[in-house]
Design a protein around this ligand. Structure first.
Ligand code: GRF
Length: 207
């Protein structure tokens, strides 16, 4: 067991960051959030972080619109290292992360995706699931690798698709499961009681 020192990166509302804060405050997760980072200055995730006394900063990711690379990536890695962060939590961060960040935190960058991967990577995955006619949808927490939504899976939760679901109602129920899944995945990381064997994360198998 080790107390995690987290940085949370987001672009929007920050409800997943809130679920992690709440789990820590309830004593259900042995972690501290050292830093919150957003790529929009007015992202609500920054307000949430500040409300909880967490250093919360805007990172200007120019000139790129969809990836974290170049000067912003350099600055972020420097910030994370200087604050002693050991685990990077992507929570609604709408940018592709690149090899420099991944190399600085090997197997320590985690993402949440609102679908049962490998189905429906990318954006608006709950709408994709609905349009496809899926009877179940869900959420995946996974290690980040060089691909998009493709790294080894830590936790998944299912959500039943209801006959009268709209993208909004389905996404809302998926989010309820996200807020359970992210703290659960981070508890597994904190326990250290797992191994990554190829694509498989074997929990309770650490030698
Ligand atoms: C979540 O649906 C998450 O799965 C996706 O982006 C959304 C972020 O929501 N990657 P929030 O900012 O945590 O409320």
């Amino acid at each position: 067991m080790s107390r995690l020192k987290l940085a949370v990166l987001g672009s929007g509302a920050g409800s997943n960051m809130q679920s992690i804060v709440d789990a820590i405050e309830r004593g259900e997760l042995d972690a501290e959030i050292a830093l919150v980072v957003a790529d929009f200055p007015d992202a609500k995730i920054l307000d949430r972080g500040r409300k909880h006394g967490i250093e919360s900063v805007y990172l200007d990711c120019a000139p790129y619109k969809t990836k974290l690379e170049g000067p912003a990536e350099d600055k972020l890695v420097e910030m994370l290292k200087s604050r002693g962060v050991d685990t990077v939590v992507l929570a609604g961060f709408m940018r592709i992360v690149k090899p420099k960040l991944l190399a600085a935190f090997p197997n320590r960058v985690i993402n949440i995706h609102p679908a049962l991967l490998p189905a429906f990577p990318g954006v608006h995955s709950w709408t994709q699931a609905l349009d496809y006619g899926c009877k179940v949808a869900g959420v995946t927490v996974h290690f980040v690798d060089a691909g998009t939504d493709s790294g080894p899976i830590i936790v998944q939760k299912c959500v039943k698709v209801e006959e009268d679901d709209t993208p909004e109602t389905l996404h809302a129920r998926i989010q309820v499961q996200e807020h359970i899944a992210y703290p659960e995945a981070l508890r597994i990381i904190a326990s250290g009681d797992y191994t990554i064997e190829g694509r498989r994360v074997r929990i309770g198998k650490a030698s």
